[in-house]
Design a binder for this molecule. Sequence first.
Ligand code: AMP
Length: 594
Amino acid sequence: MATNDYESGLKMMEELTTDAQQIQDQLLGEILSKNAETEYLHGFLHGQTDKQLFKKNVPIVTYEHLKPYIDRIANGEASSDILLVEPLTGFSLSSGTSGGLPKLIPTTAENAHIAATFNKLYRSVMIKYFGDINQAGKRMELMFAKPEVETPSGLKASAVSTRAFKGSGFKAILPKLYTSPFETIFCPDTKQSMYCQILFGLIRRDEVVMIGSIFASTVVRSIKFLENNWKELCSNIKTGQISEWITDSDCRNAASLILKPNLELADLIEDVCSCKSWERIIRKLWPKTKYIGTVCTGAMLQYTAELEFYCGGLPLVSGFYACSEGAIGINLEPLCKPSDVCYTFLPNTVYYEFLSIKEDCVTDSQNQVQLNAMSHHEDTGPVDLVNVKLGQCYEVLVTSSMGLYRYRVGDIIKVTGFHNNTPQFQFVGRQNVALGVDMERTSEADILKAVAEAKALLNPLGLILTEYTSYGDTSSTPGHYVIFWEIKPKEGNNNNKNGKELDPKVMEECCSKMEDSLHFTYRMYRKENMIAALEIRVVKQGTFEALLDYFVSKGASLSQYKTPSCIKSKEALSILDSRVTAKFFSPRTPIQDN
Ligand code: AMP
């Protein structure tokens, strides 16, 4: 991007955020007038396009409500008669986020146009803070394409990230700007893909100026993969031969072009990786890295401590907030701490409305929002983008050119400020990702906060909690919360620390600490014995990898995968349960508020 392009991007950002209301109204007007005669909208608006009528008549819906319409399109009926007039170019497969199945979201050419504008704005902000990294070197971004699925209509469905990787523009810039060859991104075997992408990142370590992946969990996973495989990777670099188990012929061909025997490089990497502590490992292996570009907010906050340990002070940049349903917000202060990140919503991508959340949003000492139960809304109707209130939490609704009308994205956000006339939001968590064994409801953010407080007790023991998830066990009465923990030692990667060697006292205190940190209703129910003691089940190292493999086999895109905060599926539960090495229960009732 030339200097004047990036300046024009920043200027555009100022204009958009200044004229937010007008842009939003215009966007809604365009969407309604284009699609007023579709079966869906006509049923509510009878051909009219008035904003007030839209708000009065068109229902607020979830995916399940639109699904029958979308399924008809996927099965071959004309989309223009049903939901949206603009011709479809395919469907996005949303990752289904926390626990659900992938959703099909219609996509159009307009979509690609909106995404291009979003990228331009995002890049402009990044250039302002980090310079043009395209000129400085290469990005080592871990990217995983997922095979497209053909719907009966002949239209293809693919993850948004896969569609981006497939674009001709991306393919053209890939060799110059990224360390991963195209073939490795498209390798259907994710283990081979990961191995090769790390191998190429190591070979090109001197050129790497940025490391990242869409979500922080993938960056952490790749470092763990390196911990387990660095000896083999070094041996490949030493001999110039890729391991036999890399059977994907495209990956092997790509390797044959790049991999040459390099004893010096192999020795250097071996030296770094055989250090007792992996603290600052990213800086040591890739010394020119300027920042780690990856989403660290929401459920991804749990990975930041580990990432900070590995990257030794490099900025962790959560650049944007986007989903299959729309490109939503950009972080205008990429150097701020992950816990302080807020996203400025772009008024030109989708039309937003915000359903205010009834529960009090409390900000704790780490500036983290916690919501006790997120399923209740204020009785007032949803508000427009420019009318949200500072400090208030909302659920996001979008109306878009993709045939989504007053659609609940399922994310909860909190207003933290304004940029010109446009609000900025902190990402709080997913709606409806709740644990509950009685009448209480515990949100994703509640679990995250409780785990954060409890895992601090592992620090003095030199242990790190690498992954967690939760489950509401009602197989006995009263039911209780089960939190699965995967733990590893901070230093020395060969010394597997599984449940057996853990100090039961510390682990029980972790259980109690979690209970102390949970919300009032939970603690009250616990005291009254309506909920039994919280349990931590420690699982073998590699368990969450197996969980990921399971979700990927069920259709999740690896690039967009997020470990579910709460397990609902029986199969997923049995994967976790079959790898449990120790169980610990809270020995006391939680501390009650005065
Ligand atoms: P997908 O369904 O695969 O399109 O994933 C989109 C979902 O990922 C969003 O609805 C959010 O729940 C989550 N997500 C996306 N960007 C962020 C972000 N910056 N911070 C936290 N969560 C995010």
